[in-house]
Design a binder for this molecule. Structure first.
Ligand code: NAD
Length: 476
């Protein structure tokens, strides 16, 4: 069932329900206050809900309670301070208090790749649901938001059945999340769709009430937020299917870049020409060093692992290729570096010892401090492993990068990173790098050689300033 809202039709399918706490609007909790949960807690307080954010990380909770967002997300700091001051938003490490407070509890904990395989590690989900269930004292709705393998919601229902008092009638629902880091506030307040997997009219009504603030905001702005009400399995699959599609689109254009490289064609012009076809579109069609982050890589792997378990592994075999294409782009930078620096590329890779390389960008995308599985940082590590003296600068990701890759040298500014470099690699398309003046940087480097890992620089401008330029999938 898809319901456009605001709608000219009445909405008889969604029953009005009274929150079990007796409050006029459901009181919301978010378990796990990372990139997803903290953003949600803050934005839903902004929409007028009473909210508690819960995490087992006491340091994170202390920061949030003190008005400091523990990660970089544009626009979130101001909303946090405003809603703490308004008294609608609290943060806690006390699960009993959190259980007592909420009518709707959203599970937003991490689901990283397992250490022993491609599947998702559901131990954080299990711990959060078990802990919460044991402390519930009245009826509530537990809503999964983390990205999980299909079948997890059913398993959670069993966990709740085991750990919550059966007389309370606690229910489970699933509502996957599509926010993009860097645009997270906008994506939460103004989502392009809301998907809910429910089994009862009560759960449907509670979830509708828990999102009414989003629908009301849309109505004041004369917009519609499509609502898709479906079963558990479909709701879970929507998220991983969306990520599989996006990853495939990126790897498709990166595969075209590989072909362009050997054919002497330019993938940026190819992509532009393809993108004019509305059936294809130009978004996610930028060739570069590929996708990364805390979602796409682990989600396509977990999806394959789950499909295999269900006997449909063959259907997703292409995702293995998508992953391989993506990882090959990282080695391509190493090949280009060897070429530009005049080093031979042997079977064990190039020997870059004695060279100094500036890496601009450590996060997996601009406007975030997230370095999880970041292609930029992975390439920096490959260059270091090949013997180069690597100097990294990133506008927001330095602290996380230093923790992840302590072997690299970190510089306080772009100019410091490029000073004395034999090669500059632009690996995350931050505006600071896109708009950098090649003449000014040219004065600082030892040699004017640049690899544009995101095809985000103007080759003509850099070449005119005396730089030897290499892009991804573009002729030399
Ligand atoms: P994150 O690592 O930033 O945050 C996870 C949080 O959960 C951490 O703060 C951790 O301390 C906390 N946690 C762990 N165990 C807990 C427990 N038992 N109780 C309470 N808190 C606990 O991860 P994230 O990026 O916010 O992602 C969370 C989930 O959302 C993942 O499944 C991810 O795939 C999904 N998701 C993320 C995004 C995104 O852009 N980051 C977008 C859509 C979906």
């Amino acid at each position: 069932m898809t319901i456009p809202y605001p709608s000219t039709q009445p909405l008889p399918a969604i029953p009005a329900v009274t929150p079990p706490s007796g409050a006029s609007r459901p009181r919301l909790t978010f378990l796990g206050t990372g990139y997803l949960g903290a953003t949600y807690a803050i934005c839903f307080a902004e929409l007028g809900y009473e909210v508690v954010g819960f995490d087992i990380d006491a340091e994170k909770i202390a920061k949030l309670a003190g008005g400091e967002v523990p990660f970089h997300e544009p626009g979130l700091d101001e909303l946090l301070k405003r809603n703490l001051a308004a008294g609608r938003l609290r943060f806690s490490t006390d699960i009993a208090e959190t259980a007592e407070f909420g009518d709707v509890h959203f599970i937003c904990v991490g689901t990283p790749q397992r250490a022993d395989g491609m599947g998702a590690d559901l131990s954080y989900v299990e711990a959060a649901v078990t802990g919460l269930s044991q402390h519930l004292t009245r009826k509530a709705l537990i809503v999964g938001k983390s990205t999980v393998p299909v079948g997890t919601a059913e398993w959670i229902e069993q966990l709740v059945g085991k750990h919550a008092n059966p007389e309370l009638g606690v229910e489970v629902a699933w509502s996957p999340e599509f926010l993009q880091e860097g645009f997270a506030v906008e994506d939460v307040l103004r989502p392009n769709r809301i998907v809910v997997g429910v089994k009862s009219e009560w759960a449907n009504g509670m979830l509708y009430a828990a999102h009414k603030g989003v629908f009301d905001l849309a109505a004041t702005e004369d917009r519609e937020v499509p609502l898709v009400v479906t079963d558990f399995a479909t709701a879970e699959l929507v998220k991983v299917a969306a990520n599989a599609f996006l990853a495939t689109k990126i790897s498709f254009i990166n595969a075209m870049a590989e072909v362009c490289e050997v054919a002497g064609a330019d993938v940026t012009q190819l992509a532009r020409a393809l993108g004019y076809d509305p059936r294809i579109g130009n978004r996610f069609l930028q060739a570069g060093i590929g996708f990364g982050g805390g979602c796409l890589p682990k989600d396509i792997r977990a999806f394959q692992a789950r499909a295999q378990e269900l006997g449909a592994g063959e259907a997703l075999r292409f995702l293995h290729e998508v992953d391989l294409i993506n990882l090959r782009r990282r080695t391509r930078v190493l090949q280009l570096a060897a070429e530009l620096l005049g080093r031979r590329y042997g079977p064990a890779g190039p020997d870059l010892s004695g060279t100094r390389v500036a890496v601009l960008g450590a996060t997996f995308k601009p406007n975030s401090d997230d370095v999880r599985d970041a292609p930029s940082l992975a390439v920096a590590a490959l260059l270091h492993k090949a013997g180069a003296d690597v100097h990294v600068y990133d506008p927001q990701g330095m602290e996380n990068a230093r923790r992840e890759r302590p072997e690299l040298t970190y510089e306080p500014s772009m100019n410091d990173a490029v000073r004395g470099a034999d090669l500059v690699c632009v690996l995350t398309e931050w505006a600071d790098f896109r708009n950098a003046d090649p003449v000014v940087l040219g004065e600082l480097v030892a040699a004017r050689r640049v690899i544009d890992g995101r095809n985000c620089l103007d080759p003509a401008l850099w070449t005119q300033a005396g730089w030897e330029y290499r892009g991804m999938g573009r002729p030399a």
